[in-house]
Design a protein around this ligand. Structure first.
Ligand SMILES: NC(=O)c1ccc[n+]([C@@H]2O[C@H](COP(=O)([O-])OP(=O)(O)OC[C@H]3O[C@@H](n4cnc5c(N)ncnc54)[C@H](O)[C@@H]3O)[C@@H](O)[C@H]2O)c1
Length: 217
């Protein structure tokens, strides 16, 4: 299924966690819009295969969003390959949760490190390059869990609320630099993250959702 095409000609976008799922769909949308995309992920084989599908308009680089040095390397790679950066989609994330009272401190920290600290480092890393380029756009993938209280999402929900807040702070601070910052809050979407919990795709299988079904990337 293809998304509505937005004109992204001459734009260069870095998409984290782009090897599969929602990130791969975002990368495809960038290419469909005429842009060029740097797909990053810790999954090297899947990431290279996804970028490979987009031909010369895409590159892959291994990148752990929790590592500051990886961020700088990914930005440098983007500059070397495509000469600029206009967009950052902070999509990489991890899920899985426990009731709050059973959640371990270690797992809570791990989720926040990937889902929130990773987004922070990413924004911090690209801002100087976007400023130098005259502006840009940062899209942070939060979640419906970042808009309300969902059970079993202590670390996940807290991190996604944090992403929402950080996006608002960035939007206010960076408006003068012509850098837009937005958060996106998908509802349940069928991806490798959610497939293992046994959700069923198709009409009528998700009566709690307005359209009665889960989303597809
Ligand atoms: N699927 C849903 O229902 C849903 C709903 C709301 C929000 N989201 C969010 O959308 C984003 C994409 O999720 P998805 O459903 O496509 O899941 P997914 O598991 O298919 O994709 C996430 C990607 O992030 C990568 N990743 C994980 N840790 C990383 C790290 N430290 N560094 C770099 N990459 C890392 C994974 O390897 C994977 O390729 C996530 O932020 C998720 O929280 C998903």
């Amino acid at each position: 299924m293809s998304a509505a095409v937005v004109d992204l000609s001459n734009k260069v976008v870095l998409v984290t966690g782009g090897a599969r799922g929602l990130g791969a769909a975002v990368a495809r949308a960038v290419v469909d819009g005429g842009g060029r995309v740097v797909v990053t992920d810790v999954l090297e084989e899947e990431g290279a295969a996804t970028a490979g599908e987009f031909g010369g308009a895409a590159r892959f680089v291994r990148h752990d969003v929790t590592a500051e040095s990886d961020w700088q390397a990914a930005l440098d790679f983007t500059g070397a390959e495509f000469g600029r950066i206009d967009g950052l989609v902070n999509n990489a994330g991890t899920s899985a949760g426990q009731l709050l009272e059973h959640e371990t401190v270690e797992h809570f920290r791990q989720v926040v490190e990937i889902n929130l600290v990773g987004v922070f480092i990413g924004m911090k890393t690209v801002i100087p390059a976007m400023r130098a380029g005259g502006g840009g756009s940062v899209v942070n993938i939060s979640s419906a869990a970042g808009l309300t209280g969902l059970a079993l999402t202590a670390g996940y929900g807290a991190s996604k609320w944090g992403v929402r807040g950080l996006s608002k702070i960035g939007a206010v601070e960076l408006a003068e630099a012509r850098i837009r910052v937005n958060s996106v809050h998908p509802g349940m979407t069928y991806t490798p993250m959610t497939a293992p919990v046994g959700i069923r795709t198709g009409e009528g299988n998700y009566p709690g959702a307005p359209m009665g079904r889960v989303g597809v990337p």
